[in-house]
Ligand binder design. Structure first.
Ligand code: ADP
Length: 322
């Protein structure tokens, strides 16, 4: 029989690890075998590969064996949270939104990619270092979510301010970590719209982006730049969140608007992106965040506000893009 034809009787049927073999083919003396390595450690995968290679080489007509080990990844959606400038509450919103989405029944991971000030360990009140297994980081659990932060990779107080390639290299370790069954991964980007942000967005290839802004004009100009940045990288903007909108006086209960109101909603309308909702300026939110007790994990108006935002974002995510 011609050695360059597929073998009609499929001589590769008798190979070991049958349950893991996804496809097998013998053509021109070359056996090509695709193996599902999901859940295997690198040693186990290597052992199976060697075993299969040895067995396949014993099959008549096989001169060479090519084995591809593939791990089927659960489908994951990365959502980048950005802001045109710092101090608008992007990290606070990222942490609480992640927790609120977990409370809504999603399996959620959070990546703190804020090179200038990784604050998630503080916001989540968890400073444990992640462990590593098979060359992959294992995210740390807190408040029903899993998270990894660039801050966990350096000693506390050590200034980060990494340059682009270092930051993107470190981010790759966080993205390629062992996220288990997480379906949604929130990426807290550094504030601003420069080259570092651009390379981080390109590296993480998020499915969509959310922009956090205060209602102020100045912040909104920056939010527009953030929308431009995501447009430039072809990442759909899923919506804008207005933070620090209304201040309810704890004494008289009267609402005031220190940073104006409605600005982010108006900008969202003008830019043609969804407005996801607003969060009040809240002393409780700031104090609880500083204390590592994210309000979204508790009860009260702040938790409700984050739950409403999470539900809006999940709705946008479930709406097919045309
Ligand atoms: P960014 O990530 O945009 O730099 P942060 O999330 O670190 O901003 O927030 C900056 C500061 O503002 C923090 O002290 C935080 O607790 C506070 N903050 C954020 N959102 C609110 C809010 N809605 N009400 C009161 N304080 C807030």
């Amino acid at each position: 029989m011609c050695a360059f034809m597929d073998h009609p009787a499929d001589p590769l049927t008798g190979l070991p690890h049958d349950e893991r073999i996804r496809s097998r083919k013998l053509a021109g003396g070359v056996a090509t075998i695709i193996v599902d390595a999901t859940g295997l450690s690198s040693e186990q995968a290597k052992a199976i590969e060697e075993n299969l290679r040895a067995a396949a080489l014993k099959v008549a007509g096989v001169a060479e064996v090519r084995i591809a080990m593939t791990a089927s990844q659960p489908h994951r959606t990365l959502i980048a949270i950005g802001s045109g400038k710092g101090g608008v509450g992007k990290s606070t919103v990222s942490a609480n939104l992640a927790i609120a989405m977990a409370r809504a029944g999603k399996k959620v991971g959070l990546i703190d990619a804020d090179v200038y000030g990784p604050s998630q360990p503080t916001l989540l009140g968890k400073h444990d270092k992640p462990e590593g297994k098979d060359d992959r980081l294992i995210p740390v659990e807190a408040h029903g979510i899993r998270f990894l932060s660039l801050g966990q990779l350096v000693s506390p107080g050590h200034a980060l301010a990494w340059r682009g390639p270092m930051a993107t290299g470190a981010l790759a370790n966080l993205i390629e970590a062992d996220w288990g069954d997480a379906e949604l991964i929130i990426v807290d980007l550094p504030p601003g719209t420069g080259d570092v942000q651009l390379s981080l967005i390109q590296r993480s290839r998020p499915a969509g982006a959310v922009i956090v802004s205060t209602p102020q004009d100045l912040s909104l100009i920056d939010a527009r730049r953030a929308v431009d940045l995501f447009n430039k990288t072809s990442v759909p903007v899923l919506g804008i969140i207005e933070n620090m909108a209304t201040y309810a006086c704890p004494h008289c209960g009267e609402d005031s608007h220190p940073f104006g109101t409605g600005g982010a909603e108006k900008a969202a309308g003008e830019l043609g992106v969804p407005f996801l909702g607003r969060l009040p300026l809240s002393l409780m939110l700031r104090e609880a965040s500083d204390a590592g007790e994210p309000p979204a994990a508790g009860d009260g108006p702040e938790a409700e506000a984050f739950a409403a935002l999470a539900s809006e974002l999940l709705k946008v995510l479930e709406t097919p893009v045309h």
